[in-house]
Every structure is written in C-alpha cells, then in structure tokens.
Design a protein around this ligand. Sequence first.
Ligand code: ARG
Length: 431
Amino acid sequence: MTDLLWQKTGTRTDERIMRFLAGDDVVLDREFLLCDIEASKAHAGGLANIGILTTGERDALVRELDGLADDFRAGRFVLDDRYEDGHSAIEARLTERLGDAGRKVHTGRSRNDQVLVATRLWLKERLGELSAHCVEAARVCLARAAGEALPLPGYTHLQRAVVSSTALWFAGFAEAFIDDACRARDTRAWIDANPLGTAAGYGVNLPLDRAHTTAALGFARLQVNPVYAQLSRGKFEIAALDALAGALLDLRRLAWDLSLFTTAEFGFVRLPAEYTTGSSIMPNKRNPDAVELMRASYACVAAARTEVEQLLSLPSGYQRDLQLSKGAIFHGFHHGLGALALLPDLLARLEWNAPAMRAAIEPAMYSTDVAIEQAAAGVPFREAYRAAAAAADEAGQGRTPEASLAARTSPGASGDLRLAELNARLREFLP
Ligand code: ARG
C-alpha cells in the first residue's frame, strides 16, 4: 500500500487491523472517484485564489486531475487496495507526478469534507436520473392513456368492483410518476449545498474561497456551518433514498398488477418476450422475472435506508461509522435506478388482451352506477344502494363498459381523464 496520509514517523500498523479498517472502502470509492476528482480541481482553484498555490501549480494540478479522470475511465488507472481510499489515491498520484504541488493540495481540507462533497455530487446526478426515469415512465403512461381505453375490471380487495379501463390505469400511474419526479427534483434541490471547505468539521484558519468551489461545482448554495456539514451526513443520503423509495413503491404496485394480470387466471396482459424467462426444468414456463425483480428492488432501497439510519446513532462530529453509508446508497441506487430505467420500454410494449378483460366484467359491476343514477334522480342514496344490491345481477341489463366509463365524469375519472392537466405538469420537466 502507498504511504498512509495520516502516518507519522514511529507509528506502527498491524496488517490484520488495517484490513478490518479498510473493509471494501477503496473499492466503493471507485463509484464516486470522478466526483472526488472534480471537487479536487475546484479546491485547487480556491487555494490559488487565496495565494496558497501559484496559478502554475493550480494549472498543473487541474491538468493531472483531468488526466487521472481519463485514465480511470479508460481503465488505465485502477483504484484498488494499493491505496487506503480514493482520497489517498488522488493525493498519491498528484504527489508522484507533481511533487510539492501534490503535497500542497490537501491544504485546508479533510477527507471528512472530501467524502461529503463527493457524495452530494454523486447523489445529485443520481436524483437527476431518478427524475428523468420517472418523467419518461409518466410520458409513456400518458401517451398510452390517450391512445386507447380498453375496459378493464377495477378491483378493491382483489374482488371485482367497478368497470375501469386501461386508460384510467395508465393515467393513474402517470400521475404517480409525475409526483415521484417532483419529489426527486425537490430532494435534489434540498441536497444541492456545498460542504467543501468545512474541513474536518470545524473550519480552518484560512479564508478559503468557498464561493469559488460552490460555483465551480455547480452547487446552488453553500452549506454554511461546518458542524452541520457533518451532522447532515447520513441525513441527506436518507432523503435521497426516500425519494427513490417513493418511486419504487409505485413501481412495486405496478409490477404486482402486471404479475397478476399475466397469470393464466387473469390473462389480461402479455409482457414483451424479452422481459420473461424460461424454467430450467419446466419446458412450458414463461416467467415474468423482470417484473418480479422490479418489484423486489424496493426491498434493496428500504434496506439501504435502514442501514444508513442505523448508522446515525452518533454524537456530533465525524465518526468512522459514517463510512458504511456508502455501500448502502450505492447498492440501493444501483438496484432502484436499474429497475426504473427499464420501466418506460416495458410500459410502451405491454399488450392488453381486450377479450379476456371484457369477459371478466360481470353484470354486478354496474350496480354502483345504478345506485348513483338513482341518487342523482332524487332517491336517497342509501335507499338506492339497497335496491341496487338486491338486484345486483340484473345491473348490467342494457349497459356496456363503454357507456359506464363515459358516464364516470367526476373530474379525473374515466369520463374526464384530465390528461391535459397531467401533461402540463409533465411539461415542466421537459427541456
Ligand atoms: N472513507 C471515509 C468515509 O467514507 C472518509 C475518510 C475519513 N476518514 C477518517 N478517518 N477521518 O467516511
């Protein structure tokens, strides 16, 4: 391993203990090394602005940092256990290439604010992706809702309830994913504050140019207080995971619908073949594995959230416990975004089986319509309800799903879907 940043002459290390301290940290740091490099460039710029580095040193550092990023992307630089962590690797490389300029780069910063700024930059990107996936899913749902309104049984308690439609179903999930996109955007704005320059959590005796690093890294504002910068670790990761979990709760219910609707018992929908797999033993099987893994991805995110929350039972100030939050957020976002990324294509290519859906609509499913019509004509609703219940099997006489759907004119329902209103909300997200 390269020299430890913190090793003083005379200190000793023990292999076994070092391995425990390291864990998989350096491998996890690969995930946001590019963010760490960007932040290092901004920090070098700030140091030059206050005379700690010459402009020549700054330019050399920026050049080497760009080179390191290129090498890392191309696989020419591998971040591995030659280094204690990603932060050490950056400094080691700069020192090896530039000598004293490399040895100066850590002036006024700590790995404690370095990891914070890298995590915030990484999460801002991920939340941008989250919102983009939700917007795309909502866009497909709205297009399909506008395209056709095939009658579909509406269920409560998984019992046949009233006539619904594919358009109502799609529009429902469209609104859900628009809400999820809003939440991702709001959460991104909430964490869009720069912790770089808070050092170990108490500031430093230098007039660091924090305005420069804030602007250079594209943060909306400064995270002001250094104690709070450390207090917020874990908390902003949880906020990001919550935003992701919100979208995955909707995806989980959608995936549940699809896995039910694809069974022979329902037979309402056919998934694109690529989203299904076979069985190693049962030649007849066509299993909806992709939909099941989409449903399961919520569990990874919920577990990640719990893991981070459990770590936070800490006094103020940096504690090494916090390091374990990285594995959780990487795991959670990997699974969650992976599932959401496939959703728009899946939704666009769902094939409904209109005859099977129509066959599942039974006469009694019109009885709510019957009771409400009577109530609208002046019969007290409870009386109309009892009369409709007594004649439930005849409720369908002279009725069609199309007429029932068209008559459901309460705003937002099948007779008045308000797709324009949903489209207007969605347009706010489009460039
Ligand atoms: N790897 C650490 C983390 O993720 C950052 C380094 C800070 N380490 C330290 N001993 N102060 O939290």
